[in-house]
Write a protein that binds this ligand. Structure first.
Ligand code: ZN
Length: 310
């Protein structure tokens, strides 16, 4: 967990393996971090579901990241949400945002929040980067597939199958519940699981897993009933033995800070900075990822100008 951890809820993730490495599987309970993202970005309930599924999927896909690695999932779409970005790090932190957090569409024909409707069509990108934060720049790896579903879990599965040649089962869910008649709502449960079939896994095992997943209740039903990540895996794997490689806390975490805001404003050209000081008497910067706003007052701007010389 990063020191920039914003939310210290009880969210957890497990990474496991089964059938002598033939199956890689991970599961997470993400109720708190999804609620935190929805609160920070003041999302509509439909966007809370779409963003929450993307954040959870990024954490699951990034669960094997090494120190200094990060993984970004970007949905570029023509639906009302306009796009969703989620970035997971190796410490179990994830951050993300929707381009139009207040976007909403009517409930779908099942009476559920219409994630597919708010996302629409477009492209699904996954970028792996390493060492970026300490200036060790390596060429990022980027894969992309068209959005095939818009429900997001299916898009993660399609990405894994097409771009990484890993047949996978993915479930992602966010359960949003009305608090009262007045339109107040909250995130009651969120989580997900990902089962990846490695090359060479035997067909009977794969068939057994497919069968178990078909019969497993939806992940939010289990989370709402108190299931932990390991319980999600046990249900999905339907009796197949698995070995937990790692269990960790996960949470919403952003790397922004007042110091970073100052350093970004310091890079503004001197003449323009003087104009901002004279006319606005201060500056404000809002982080896209977590919606935190940093305000620099007159004294802070004067400090930057003094520090920049001439
Ligand atoms: Zn931030």
């Amino acid at each position: 967990m990063s020191e920039r951890q914003v939310n210290t809820g009880a969210d957890r993730l497990v990474r496991a393996t089964a059938t002598d490495g033939g199956i890689r599987c991970m599961a997470a309970v993400t109720t708190n971090l999804v609620a935190e993202a929805a609160r920070r970005h003041e999302t509509s309930p439909t966007v809370a579901a779409a963003l929450g599924r993307t954040l959870t999927g990024a954490l699951l896909l990034g669960s094997g990241l090494k120190e200094l690695d990060r993984l970004t999932v970007q949905i570029v779409c023509d639906g009302a949400v306009g796009g969703i970005t989620a970035e997971a790090n190796a410490l179990g932190g994830v951050r993300g945002y929707a381009r139009v957090p207040e976007a909403d569409v009517p409930l779908n024909e099942d009476g559920k929040f219409d994630v597919r409707g708010v996302v629409g069509g477009g492209m699904f990108y996954v970028t792996h980067e390493s060492g970026y934060d300490i200036g060790l720049y390596k060429e990022p790896y980027r894969g992309s597939v068209p959005i095939v579903s818009g429900e997001i879990a299916e898009d993660f599965a399609y990405y894994l199958a097409k771009s990484e040649q890993i047949p996978s089962a993915v479930q992602l869910g966010v359960l949003v519940r009305a608090r009262d008649e007045g339109g107040e709502w909250f995130v009651e449960a969120a989580g997900g699981l990902m089962i990846q079939v490695m090359p060479g896994a035997d067909d009977r095992t794969v068939a057994a897993i497919e069968d178990a997943i078909r019969r497993t209740p939806h992940v939010t039903t289990l989370v709402r009933a108190g299931a932990q990540p390991v319980d999600l895996l046990r249900t999905a794997l339907g009796g197949i033995e698995f070995e937990v490689l790692e269990e960790r806390e996960v949470g919403f975490a952003c790397s922004c800070s007042y110091e970073r805001a100052v350093s970004m404003i310091s890079s503004i050209e001197r003449g323009e900075l003087e104009l901002i000081l004279r006319e606005d008497k201060g500056a404000a910067m809002t982080c896209h990822f977590c919606n935190e706003t940093y305000r620099l007052d007159e004294a802070a701007l004067e400090n930057i100008l003094v520090g920049s010389g001439t």
